[in-house]
Design a protein around this ligand. Structure first.
Ligand code: GDP
Ligand code: IMO
Ligand code: MG
Length: 429
């Protein structure tokens, strides 16, 4: 029995939440392994719409859902999200939900710093989600973080707080801000601690038990490979590794546990925030993709930038992340287009490239080389079998898999859970 690791293969918002929810009913555990509440995953089940940021998407099907150590956890955002989901009828309790006790916390001071830096950067800003993700990861690797397990030892936190506040007070002074209100911070932590601690445990142990029992584990990535801090469009990236390899280190299982790597790929391209985007369309076609695809951020409500499918980028993401097969989503958004284009290479100062270069200036300057295909007259929306797809849509899907050198395992044709075509089952591969 294979485990499955789901990752985004573009700049996030590929439809990971929908696919994880669809697969979750056949998994025994779903684990988030990086990122935080910068993620926004929308699940549609009949009339109900669930918006998840921090909770693993498996929670909606009642599957054991775990937040791994690789995640940065805002305890107040967690509580608000659990309350929202509970009000929608989702059961969340210590039996079906666990948090790694070695998970670093996002504190109000991280959100402050994220905002101060973005404001100071003006037009050079990253366009972060403002959730404090970057500063929290900095404190983790800087060995200054307060972690979930520290919430059980708040009386012994003095020396850790000295180190954390010394660092942040210096940064805040540079922005003309007052020092951290340490007493208020401790009071807030004392207040939230019991809520978080009811779910805290060494999840590496639980996951290893689950694995030994032969159960299926679904690893749920957030963001996408092009936002990876090493492999993405640096510095316009998030602050974690979003590639499949992180599933192991971010959950406490070895790399041999991660199984089938399912890359989620949107049939066109979107991006939120600043940074290079070679196939971006700032014309009526881009507008149309945004409107038909409802391309507005789940977390910040920002309009997503839209463009043609970029096969160079996705081929690169699939190689870097060892993608076994892809789930191609939002094919229906292309329904009714007379022509569709796919980027098959770049031109950079007279040279043709078959990869995306690393330097920011080169990334900004590459010009896409397009291949044009006829669109399709019929509709793919709501299709649940390959036979329901118009012949020309099948041609598009086949061309995509050829160019990215990775087979299609699933096709998604609407936001609704069941509007999904299974081509090759990742769990039994
Ligand atoms: P994630 O961050 O990767 O989970 O993706 P988001 O949830 O942020 O964005 C994807 C959006 O597209 C959501 O609103 C989904 O409901 C929607 N969606 C997912 N798959 C499909 C699909 O195949 N067709 C259409 N039209 N919408 C989809
Ligand atoms: P999901 O999981 C799309 C982007 C932000 C910004 C950059 C850095 O829903 O696919 P951060 O707050 O992480 O420091 O912001 O990363 N970003 C996302 N874009 N989908 C996401 O998550 C994202 N999470 C972060 O817009 O450009
Ligand atoms: Mg999203």
């Amino acid at each position: 029995m294979a485990n499955v690791t789901v990752i985004g293969a573009q700049w996030g918002d590929e439809g990971k939440g929908k696919i994880v929810d669809w697969l979750a009913s056949r998994a025994d555990a779903v684990v988030r392994f990086q990122g935080g509440h910068n993620a926004g995953h929308t699940l549609v089940v009949g009339e109900q719409v669930y918006k998840l940021s921090l909770l693993p998407s498996g929670i909606v099907t009642g599957t054991l859902s775990i937040i791994g150590n690789g995640v940065v956890l805002d305890p107040w955002a967690l509580k608000a999200e659990i309350e929202k989901l509970t009000a929608q009828g989702v059961a969340i309790n210590a039996d079906n939900f666990a948090i790694a006790d070695n998970c670093p916390l996002i504190l109000p001071l991280h959100r402050d710093l994220d905002g101060l830096r973005e404001t100071a950067a003006g037009s050079g800003k990253i366009g972060t989600t403002g959730r404090g993700i970057g500063p929290a990861y900095e404190d983790k690797v800087g060995r200054r973080a307060i972690r979930v397990c520290d919430l059980a030892h708040l009386d012994a936190l003095d020396s850790q707080l000295d180190r954390l506040c010394a660092h942040h007070d210096a940064l805040r002074a540079g922005f003309g801000q007052p020092p951290v209100d340490r007493d208020a911070l401790v009071a807030e932590l004392r207040d939230i601690a019991p809520y978080v601690l009811q779910f805290a445990q060494p999840v590496w142990k639980r996951l290893n038990q689950v694995r030994k029992a032969g159960a299926r584990i679904l690893f749920e990535g957030a963001q996408g490979v092009l936002l990876d801090v090493d492999h993405g469009t640096y510095p316009f990236v998030t602050s974690s590794n979003t590639v499949s390899g992180t599933a192991a280190s971010g959950s406490g299982l070895g790399p041999n546990a991660t199984g089938f790597v399912l890359g989620i790929v949107k049939a066109y391209t979107t991006r939120v925030g600043s940074g290079p985007f070679p196939t971006e369309l700032e014309d009526a076609t881009g507008q149309r993709l945004g409107e038909r695809g409802h391309e507005f951020g789940t977390v910040t409500g920002r309009k997503r930038r839209c463009g043609w499918f970029d096969a160079v980028l996705v081929r690169q993401s699939c190689a870097i992340s060892g993608v076994t097969g892809i789930a191609l989503t939002k094919v229906d958004v292309l329904d009714g287009m007379e022509k569709v284009k796919i980027c098959t290479g770049y031109r950079l100062r007279g040279k043709v490239l078959d990869y995306f270069p690393s330097h920011a200036a080169d990334q900004a300057e590459v010009e896409p080389i397009y291949e044009e295909m006829d669109g399709w007259a019929g509709t793919t929306a709501g299709a649940r079998s390959w036979a329901d797809l118009p012949a020309q849509a099948i041609k598009y899907i086949q061309r995509v898999q050829e160019l990215i050198e990775t087979p299609v395992a699933l096709v998604s044709t609407s936001p609704e859970r069941e509007d999904t075509i299974l081509v090759r089952d990742p769990f039994v591969d």
